[in-house]
Design a protein around this ligand. Structure first.
Ligand SMILES: NC(=O)c1ccc[n+]([C@@H]2O[C@H](COP(=O)([O-])OP(=O)(O)OC[C@H]3O[C@@H](n4cnc5c(N)ncnc54)[C@H](O)[C@@H]3O)[C@@H](O)[C@H]2O)c1
Length: 325
């Protein structure tokens, strides 16, 4: 189409834009308030599964009128990619003009996926964790381990971090890196139990498995603690899940859909979704001793809350490549 261009943003471009985590948390808060008030459009995500197993490519469209945002993320998760030296998560996002429908930008979605998932944990924690929470256990010290820590560190007075990874070298390097970057006292620990016991907040971010490995047992999560299940229920024994007095998610319908697909077979009843927590339609934490959990599966509104801000900043900073439509 003559005279019309879109902006292409590579993975490096998106990262160079440098949108701060606090802005991402704020954008998600607006998106979930709008969702809670039923003012967003987000059909269930269709997926295809090349190669079978746990591989997926999902289409994630959303429209958030209050943020003037419309578009779609087309995101893959391929479990064997690490053997080829490739990332597990890859994909693209298209941002559309809400007035004309024209594509405004095509951008790599890996950075957004990493950051918005950490932001969703922090937003859930704002309603479900004790505000004085100062210790954090991370199980799975990859991209999500980092972004979840970064986001929680903005909202809570974090002091101590215990890092567990199946690869002890990764946990050690992670602890060194985040101690310096976030000015916390982070130590690698030798067992999953060491990363759960004694922590105010826990994030599990290992692989997502249809058949959970159920490593975390009942009695490990402390009274008054909050857990974010970034890798679904893979890490948790059913008895440990049942100890949570408030089991929450980002979208109840999506969680129930995943349940039909074979995930989340042993979860407690859903207390609230994140839109209901943000709008106050359902209560967050009410007592200091409650054990609370958020299993946020990731929603298209997370991505579409962030994408327009990246686009705007990229235009302001002159980052990206203009392509003819
Ligand atoms: N819920 C969501 O919205 C959402 C969004 C993005 C990613 N995820 C999921 O989060 C998980 C982590 O993603 P990532 O991008 O950080 O991956 P990553 O590959 O960057 O990191 C994963 C880390 O987990 C470690 N690991 C593997 N098995 C483990 C185990 N049993 N215990 C502890 N550590 C283990 C690996 O060594 C690696 O360091 C994946 O399962 C991914 O699908 C969820």
């Amino acid at each position: 189409m003559q005279g019309h261009e879109l902006l292409y943003l590579s993975r490096k471009d998106v990262s160079d834009v440098g949108l701060p985590m606090f802005e991402i948390i704020r954008a998600l808060e607006i998106a979930f308030r709008e969702k809670g008030e039923e003012r967003t459009e987000m059909p269930p995500k269709p997926g295809i599964h090349p190669g079978g197993g746990d591989n997926f490519i999902h289409a994630m469209p959303a429209y958030i009128p209050a943020l003037n945002s419309a578009g779609i993320k087309w995101v893959s998760g391929f479990t064997e990619n690490f053997k080829r030296g490739l990332p597990y998560i890859t994909g693209l996002l298209i941002l559309n003009d809400t007035e004309t429908g024209l594509p405004l930008a095509v951008m790599d979605c890996v950075w957004i996926t990493g950051m918005r998932t950490g932001a969703a944990t922090a937003l859930s924690a704002r309603y479900l964790a004790r505000s004085e929470s100062s210790s954090l256990g991370i199980l799975g010290c990859g991209v999500q381990g980092r972004t979840n820590l970064e986001a929680l560190n903005l909202l809570f007075p974090l002091k101590k971090v215990r890092a567990y990874d199946i690869d002890s070298g990764i946990a050690r390097r992670f602890a060194e890196e985040v101690s310096e970057r976030f000015r916390v006292d982070a130590v690698p620990v030798a067992t999953p139990k060491d990363a759960v016991k004694g922590c105010d907040m826990v994030v599990t971010a290992g692989p997502i498995l249809k058949k959970p490995h159920r490593t975390i047992e009942a009695g490990w999560l402390e009274e008054g603690a909050f857990a974010s299940l970034v890798d679904f229920d893979s890490y948790w024994h059913p008895q440990a899940l049942k100890e949570s007095s408030k089991f929450c998610t980002d979208d109840s319908a999506q969680l129930l859909h995943y349940k039909e697909m074979g995930y989340f077979q042993d979860i407690p009843p859903i207390h609230a979704d994140l839109g209901e927590l943000v709008t106050g339609k359902r209560a967050g934490r009410e007592k200091p001793e409650e054990k609370t959990m958020a299993a946020n599966l990731g929603l298209a509104i997370d991505d579409m809350a962030v994408a327009p801000r990246i686009y705007k900043r990229a235009l302001d900073l002159g980052i990206g490549t203009r392509l003819p439509l």
